[in-house]
Design a protein around this ligand. Structure first.
Ligand SMILES: Nc1ncnc2c1ncn2[C@@H]1O[C@H](COP(=O)(O)OP(=O)(O)OP(=O)(O)O)[C@@H](O)[C@H]1O
Ligand SMILES: [Mg+2]
Length: 418
């Protein structure tokens, strides 16, 4: 029997969110039936020390991550030594670039190395001083003037050009995140822009071809990614999330934050017009300690107003790229904030596009956490890792090498951590 053929690898996704640290663990088996990814465990612990996707206290963040790691290790019964780590936050920016190289072989046949060199050449854009490149994503290639080529390997030409999308983040934030993870004693497979991993997990390539936006509504941020013709055409992270809704409710109902949070989760809805004025909720039922009743309609008015603001921000981003109301596969929502009832209908109405909830596709799972929208990022990171492993096995990891991240920062920290 060929042992390597049936080798099983564990892949860990670590999502450090503003409300929770989540870990998902996947097992990839390269068996007779091809490659299969199975989610074998998922855990979450409340997050401390993270604000708007960035770290506000390293100590607290380290302890939350360690806590999550311990739980995950107990669950799967083996130590976790490395993880694919999600990065997000409003500091992330993306920009277009291009790289040009001369094809190396004298017969003009384009090799993997030429592609890697072209992509590498596109890195030389003017990255602002305090920014670090996270991803260089090839979009399309041009060979001797023939544009729109997806995969030029094996073609013949003299001049190879690539259009790439460069995603970068503020060095300081990247360093803090890297530091917090290394302090827990695990290694980082790579830092991955969270919404990139989510996008690859919840929509099909057909949807990406048609044109689709994936939106993750988190606690303090909302991130989005837009695809068309299979390419990423836009990414954005903005600082409004579901915690803002909780805060609005706390103010509107004059109730403590944790009562407001429970009201949102248990009774929240986005569309007030379908609710009768007679429907009331007793605040004491959600631990308010106050004997007060509130109209459900009023709760939905408060939630709806903020949700509309989030939907407007999404539309503004779509307008920037000329796609407002123009994405045939519509908007796919994930993240804990997408669990509010009525979001899909409100989005269809406000943004004039199809809308749906996004659950991970193309994987099997022994935990029902795959059906929990809050786990989309952690699971997306596992899938991202699995894809890179797979590509690495097939074509000598050219994509891995160009998508590799923050090498300098990582090595710098490794040299500090004993
Ligand atoms: N059943 C539910 N109904 C409504 N809202 C919910 C529900 N479950 C969770 N939420 C909300 O989802 C938000 C958290 O979402 P998520 O866990 O995706 O965020 P995060 O990843 O921690 O934050 P971020 O991505 O901003 O760093 C919280 O504000 C929470 O109130
Ligand atoms: Mg999140």
């Amino acid at each position: 029997m060929n042992r390597t053929k049936n080798k099983i690898e564990l892949i860990t996704g670590l999502d450090i969110g503003s409300t929770a640290v989540r870990i998902a663990i996947g097992q990839q088996s390269f068996g007779e039936k091809g490659v299969e990814l199975q989610i074998v465990g998922a855990v979450e612990v409340p997050a401390e020390g993270i604000n708007r996707g960035s770290i506000s206290s390293i100590e607290e963040c380290v302890s939350s991550i360690s806590n999550a790691l311990e739980q995950a290790e107990r669950l799967v019964g083996v130590p976790i030594e490395h993880a694919w780590v999600g990065i997000s936050g409003t500091h992330i920016e993306s920009q277009e670039s291009r790289g040009v190289v001369a094809v190396a072989k004298s017969n003009g046949e384009i090799a993997e190395e030429d592609v890697a060199r072209a992509v590498e050449a596109s890195r030389t854009v003017a990255t602002p001083l305090n920014y670090e490149i996270l991803h260089v994503l090839p979009r399309s290639f041009t060979v001797d003037g023939q544009t729109g080529i997806k995969d030029p390997v094996g073609m013949t030409g003299i001049r190879l050009e690539v259009e790439t999308k460069i995603i970068q983040g503020v060095t300081q934030h990247i360093k803090n995140l890297t530091k917090a993870v290394y302090r827990t004693g695990i290694d980082i497979d790579d830092l991955v822009l969270s919404i990139l991993a989510v996008g690859d997990t919840v929509v099909t390539s057909r949807q990406k071809d048609l044109g689709v936006a994936v939106v993750n509504i988190g606690g303090s941020t909302t991130s989005m990614i837009v695809y068309e013709e299979g390419d990423i055409i836009h990414t954005a992270v903005f600082p409004i999330g579901s915690e803002h809704i909780t805060n609005d409710l706390a103010i509107g109902l004059r109730s403590p934050i944790d009562v407001a949070e429970r009201i949102k989760i248990e009774y929240g809805a986005c569309i007030p017009k379908n609710i009768s004025k007679k429907e009331m909720v007793d605040l004491s039922s959600v631990g308010g300690g106050v004997n007060e009743t509130v109209e459900l309609k009023y709760i939905a008015e408060i939630i709806g107003a903020r949700m509309e603001e989030i939907l407007e921000r999404i539309n503004t981003e779509l307008m920037k790229i000329g796609r407002s109301g123009l994405l045939p596969a519509g908007i796919v929502f994930t993240g804990g904030g997408a669990k509010l009832s009525g979001l899909i209908d409100l989005s269809k109405e406000k943004n004039r596009l199809p809308a749906s909830l996004g659950y991970p596709i193309d994987l099997v799972s022994i935990t029902d956490k795959v059906n929990n929208l809050s786990f989309a990022t952690a699971i997306g990171l596992v899938k991202w890792g699995a894809n890179i492993n797979q590509r690495g096995r097939g074509r000598q990891s050219r994509i891995k090498s160009v998508e590799r991240v923050s090498g300098q920062v990582k090595n710098w920290f490794k040299s500090l951590v004993p």
